[in-house]
Write a protein that binds this ligand. Sequence first.
Ligand code: M6R
Length: 607
Amino acid sequence: MCGIVGIVGHTPVAPLIVDALKRLEYRGYDSAGVATIENGNLARRRAEGKLINLEKRLKSEPLDGTIGIGHTRWATHGVPNETNAHPHFSNGVAIVHNGIIENFAELREELKKDGYTFDSQTDTEVVAHLVARELARGARPVDAAFRALKRLEGAFALAIMFKGDEDLIVGARNGPPLAVGHGEGEMFLGSDAIALAPFTNSITYLEDGDWAVIRRNLIQIFDMAGEPVERKRQQSVGTSFLVDKGNHRHFMEKEIHEQPEVISHTLAHYLDFVGGQAKSFDMPFDFAKIDRLAISACGTAYLAGLVSKYWFERYARLPVDIDIASEFRYREMPLGKDSAALFVSQSGETADTLASLRYCRKAGIPIGAIVNVRESTIARESDGIFPTLAGPEIGVASTKAFTCQLSVLASLAVKAASARGKISADEEKALVRQLSEAPRYASQVLKLDKQIEKVARELSQVRHVLYLGRDTNYPLALEGALKLKEISYIHAEGYAAGELKHGPIALIDETMPVIVIAPHDRIFDKTVSNMQEVAARGGRIILITDQKGAQHATVKTMETIVLPDVPEMIAPLIYALPIQMLAYFTAVFMGTDVDQPRNLAKSVTVE
Ligand code: M6R
């Protein structure tokens, strides 16, 4: 999940590479580095930590050179220090790498026997040595790279540069994405088109197994047999502007506040509010003709999928198998001809989700993808995409992408229900009307910030938090816990409220806050019983409910956050906001790095 960049340019490239790396920092921010060819020799600057440290380093020790490669790292092999930072060098070879070389241990032993020594603990350094060994054996740079590539197992996007050749970068892709950018007398390579947007919108995506020779006036792409291949050149829609925080302290805060607008855009893309029905749009499969939908995704995107299981089954009577993608890809699920698959991913690059998609591709079933990045690999490999119109999400903790995923899934559930004849035209109209009101309710919830901030102050004092919910509020309980732990580092667990008595109730004492997500719905009373069980054991309840729920909750709470009364179907879209805000304010009180929490990355392109 690192970000890589390469430029064969005609002005000093180091500042341009840093600019591109800023756009890739969402992929990792443990360390960063740049290498160029300066006066015929390889030169590099690397720094531990965020990109800003590399920028400072380059200010005091600038790098010259019109060709260069750069890297922002999310550590897999080796701690995040300067020695492990990329680019890695070996005898005139410089390399940046995103991915994992799975056979690195065996290659390392082999190279050690040949006298190569290792400075870093990374898997990447073996690639630098492999290429250097081929050069030492007499191969020319391009052949040396190709021979080395054939020895690699695992996932990689690579950029390789050679001392003495200021007009050559070799790029290669097997797994993680890699895009080539076409310029006039200059060429570019990057992990995504957004990184290259300040330089060019003319992009060619490498496919798995492709490798490319990149020179100022020439790009050649080959497959792993060494045969030239044609890959489509396309116009990217990536913007050259870096998104800023506006008046907000953090991107996460800004993105939470954007939700009424982006939910509205997303819903309007799929629903005809005036006609009261789902719009017609290109579908990779016909809901009326399938008898099973397999959804898989990771993290927050998985939890959006889990909410939708309730919707698809309840409204469309369509059975849904929902899986965490890292499980789905290996569990050998039988998929019949009447199944369809749906993948949910903000980035569209998540390795496990992509691998699950490819499993379904092999099974021959139709594939749809809900993605925020329309040019991503998952988007490109699907039979049809359902875009979320969230705009770029920069905060590592997913907020607006989640509610936009819910918006798409809710719209698809309505479409499925109608296509399968499970709802009447009037019922469809009613559901569409309810969904159209979601942005307005979301705006109202944002106004509860002062109260939520007060609760967050309390949460920032504790070490453990439990979240409970039933029905669609169960995935929200999981999402609340995920959000809190990832940005505040407080241990949190989400449970189906009915499961409480099967184990987690043992955790309850007067130090344990229990956040209960319970609108006044069909099963509200059941959740009230669970709250009684918590209260009887001294647990401190924070109830997130609506006005009716607040009136009917016969239990003493530490705090009750009262949301507007909303129809059952749209409740997940609205209740997502207070749990995001709670996590956000708690993290602010804890003083953590809200937008770039430790150990995480926005796009997870390794297993
Ligand atoms: O890009 P994706 O939606 O595929 O990413 C999936 C997860 O990595 C992501 O949702 C992650 O769990 C977030 N950091 C949660 O806030």
